[in-house]
Ligand binder design. Sequence first.
Ligand code: JHZ
Ligand code: ZN
Length: 425
Amino acid sequence: MTAASSGTTTNRSDAPAAVKVCRVCSSSGVRSILDIGSVPLANSFIEPELVNGAEPTFPLGLQFCPTCAIVQLPTTVDPETLFRHYLYTPSASTTWREHCDELAAWLHDQVDDPDAFVVEPASNDGCLLRSIQRWAPNVLGVEPARNIAEQAVRDGIPTINDFFGDSTARAIRAEHGPARVVIGTNVLAHVPDIVDFVRGAAALLDEDGLFVVEAPYLRDLVENVAYDTIYHEHVSYLSVTALARVYPLAGLILTHVERTPTHGGSIRFVGRPLGAEPDASVARFLTDERALGYADGSVLADFADRVDRLRVSLGNVIRSEAAAGRRLGAYGATAKGNTLLTTCSIDKGAIRYIVDRNPLKQGRLAPGSHIPIVGPDRLESDPVDILLLLAWNIAEEIIAQQRSFAKRGGRFLIPIPEPHFIDGG
Ligand code: JHZ
Ligand code: ZN
């Protein structure tokens, strides 16, 4: 689980040029499928005293590579800017902690060896390694955010403060020996050079090794119009078709895939050293994706129109509720929430505040919209009638916590796949 920046020092003149060739296969045939304008970085929450400073924006959209079928951003923001200081930690979410326990148990079934050396790129605060340590104590995290790596070490998770890639992987192998498992959640989509990352996993693994990654699944994004999950941290939007082509370029073979429910719909990709046999799941996903148009990109033909319709209807719902005298807030100062707010032009005139439990985000302003981030107690002292659920991926967990809001008649507004209300009662 990668972490991101608390603010950026990049200025507008550093905005990167559009990538004209595919990052993965170098094909020059990439075609644009979505352009949603230029927005601030999704995790660059602003200190209130800096609100009048320049707020850099970067172009946001999607392009498709017909050669390798990867869907990617047209521009790359330097990972040093995005990930060296990060405010997002996943451990606060029960949904995520339970998922880490489930993933650790699944891994234990695959690798029943208490001596297994397990390495996690983008280990964030060590949430997953803590679950894995229960059966495989020899773990190592690799986390680029200094503040979070230091915290993980203080909490007893051995962690190297670095980005993962081929050179880091070789250094780890030289010092610690080969790994039985390289596992990463919500990191592969964040990496500009996927081939280098997978090559690193291949270099680090022993011959029976297992490379496990989880990432948001392109099919869930498209089917649910979850366009808010498009932001500069997410360089690639992954399908089985694309990764089955990418892994062999880096010395691995995709052997198993399965869908998982986190972050609005993700996928678990399992890779092994070349020579391993894929199980039936890979062929099944490839057949389905081909039939649905993910291999030739045809499924994406109307995606931009669907995004436009969602943006218009969310704006209309919010305006009509405000016109009817209802007070609106939002819940979850999420990265995706900031894509949603900025691209739907929703600002502090429409939404009074965004509630978030993370004390590092409280007191700051959301990038672009400048809506203040507040603690949950604000819901009692300054009540609203409607909460736009920006963390819709953990709706169940949040709604269960907010029974008193629902009892007072409060309603949750879920933005995707089309804006709709639930009363939470
Ligand atoms: P959440 C992050 O996206 C960023 P975000 C990242 N780039 C990524 O890839 C995805 O995750 C996977 C708060 N909260 O998980 C905490 C409460 O306030 O949807 C978080 O700020 N009360 C790594 O930012 C936010 O909600 C609660 O009870 O879109 C959730 O953020 C709970 C459980 C959470 O990820
Ligand atoms: Zn390509």
